[in-house]
Design a protein around this ligand. Structure first.
Ligand code: IDP
Ligand code: MG
Length: 168
C-alpha cells in the first residue's frame, strides 16, 4: 500500500452542526497522519476552482453557495490533509458515498447528510477521490509551508510588491 495524501474538508453544515470533533474521531480510526489543517472562509474563486469539474451541472450555483457557507450563515470550513497508506480510499470509506441517502448509515454522510429540496446533496464533508485529484486540490487549498511534510516538489522564489497581511 503506497502512502498517499488526501484532502478533507469539513463543509459549513459540519461546522454549523458542531460535528468537527466527531468527524476527526471517526477519521482517527484510519490511523492516518494529519499533516496540515486550517480553518478558513472560502471565497468564490476557491469554490469555483475546487468544483470546476462540475461547472456544467444544474446544481453548480447551489454547490458554490453551499461551500461558501451562504446556506448556513456559517462561512467557515475546516480543511485537513491526511497522509498514509491507502489514505484516499480509507477516508472515502468513512465519508460514505456522495448521495447521503445512499451512503452507509454508519458513514459520516449517511449519518449526518441530507438532500435539500433543491436536490443538492448536503453531505458534511469532502474527501479527494484519486491521487491526481488530491494533488490538484491540496495545491489549491494549501501552500507548501503550511504542510508538515514535503509532499510535492516546490521551488523557492522572491516575490516583490507582494501584498500580505502581517501583525501590527
Ligand atoms: P464527492 O464529493 O463524493 O467527490 P462529486 O461528484 O465530486 O462528489 O461532487 C461534489 C459535491 O457536489 C458533492 O459532495 C455534493 O455536495 C454535490 N453533488 C454531487 N453530485 C450531486 C448530485 O447529483 N446532486 C446534487 N448534489 C450533488
Ligand atoms: Mg469529488
Amino acid at each position: 500500500m503506497a502512502n498517499e495524501a488526501t484532502l478533507v474538508i469539513i463543509k459549513p453544515d459540519g461546522l454549523k452542526k458542531s460535528l468537527t470533533g466527531n468527524i476527526l474521531s471517526r477519521l482517527a480510526e484510519t490511523r492516518l497522519k494529519i499533516i496540515a489543517s486550517r480553518v478558513l472562509q472560502v471565497d468564490e474563486k476557491l469554490a469555483v476552482r475546487h468544483y470546476e469539474h462540475l461547472k456544467n451541472e444544474p446544481f453548480f450555483p447551489d454547490l458554490i453557495k453551499y461551500i461558501m457557507g451562504d446556506m448556513h450563515g456559517e462561512n467557515r470550513v475546516m480543511a485537513l490533509i491526511y497522509f498514509g497508506p491507502d489514505a484516499i480510499s480509507k477516508v472515502r470509506q468513512i465519508a460514505g458515498v456522495t448521495n447521503p441517502e445512499k451512503a452507509d448509515p454508519v458513514s459520516v454522510r449517511g449519518a449526518y447528510g441530507r438532500i435539500l429540496t433543491t436536490g443538492l446533496f448536503e453531505n458534511v464533508m469532502h474527501a479527494s477521490s484519486s491521487p491526481d485529484e488530491a494533488e490538484r486540490e491540496i495545491k489549491l487549498w494549501f501552500e507548501p509551508e503550511e504542510i508538515a511534510y514535503e509532499l510535492y516538489p516546490y521551488q523557492e522564489t522572491i516575490l516583490n510588491a507582494y501584498k500580505k497581511k502581517v501583525w501590527k
